[in-house]
Design a protein around this ligand. Structure first.
Ligand code: NI
Length: 256
């Protein structure tokens, strides 16, 4: 296995530990397709800063030959994002977003500074999860202000989602068939803005599961909160980018 595939395998392992449902879904796809399932992209969340911003998170991918591509901004959610792609299109794209601390409350900024105080040169910005103490009270307060920041506070450095490339599936004609099949297996899909975000005219259609809940250890005890989700993407006309309006809704797959 080459270095890039090895990295994605490690990322998958951490991701599926947080939401084992993703492995279950992957196995069902493999069984139906009788082949490997292609990953369109992964998404990573972080905080804008010199220590752990988009550029820092992207470093491992840049070192493996990835290139920085298009910029996206999400004003309501106070997020910016870039996607990265490898010249070899067989490798998954990487979508990295960061929340802008300067647009958040003093309380949120204090929590961000606390997180940053736990970052050091040994922190793996892709798979190390959290190494800061977590309070359920703080989580809930952050959640009211920014679901995105609350999720990062609880889970830290792990992939937020992987994405099945629907283009490469042989037994499904379109994204709607994928969605109906998943629902027939009992999986709950994100319905924010409709199950399918985007359209063939926009060159990208996306859907996703709702993140299943995971018991997370906080200072006060263990609590069930939304974890990671699985996305499904169908691209048209060879389009490689993303659509801000759709991504905005996909972000909500980790809502309560
Ligand atoms: Ni995505």
């Amino acid at each position: 296995m080459d270095k890039i595939n090895k990295l994605f395998k490690e990322l998958w392992n951490e991701y599926t530990k947080v939401n084992p449902q993703t492995q279950e879904i992957l196995d069902l796809f493999k069984e139906k397709e009788q082949s490997e399932i292609h990953n369109d992209h992964i998404a990573l969340r972080t905080i804008k800063s010199d220590l752990i911003g988009i550029d820092q998170v992207a470093e491992t991918f840049i070192n493996l030959g990835y290139e920085k591509k298009d910029f996206y901004t999400f004003d309501q959610k106070k997020l910016d994002a870039y996607y990265y792609a490898h010249p070899n299109k067989e490798y998954p794209k990487v979508f990295i977003s960061e929340i802008r601390p300067e647009d958040l409350s003093d309380f949120a900024q204090e929590q961000i500074n606390n997180i940053l105080s736990y970052i050091n040169e040994n922190t793996n910005l892709l798979t190390s999860g959290t190494n800061w103490p977590k309070s359920y009270e703080v989580y809930n307060k952050l959640y009211k202000e920014s679901e995105y920041l609350a999720w990062f506070y609880a889970y830290g450095f792990i992939p937020n989602h992987f994405t099945v490339s629907v283009n490469k599936l042989k037994t499904f004609k379109n994204l709607n068939e994928v969605n109906e099949w998943l629902e027939s297996k009992g999986f709950v899909l994100n319905n924010s803005g409709g199950k399918i975000k985007g359209s063939p005219e926009e060159y990208l259609e996306q859907s996703s599961t709702m993140a299943s809940k995971k018991e997370v250890q906080f200072n006060e005890g263990k609590y069930l909160i939304p974890s990671c989700y699985y996305e499904f993407a169908l691209r048209h006309n060879g389009y490689e980018g993303f659509i801000a309006k759709s991504a905005d809704k996909i972000f909500e797959s980790t809502n309560e």
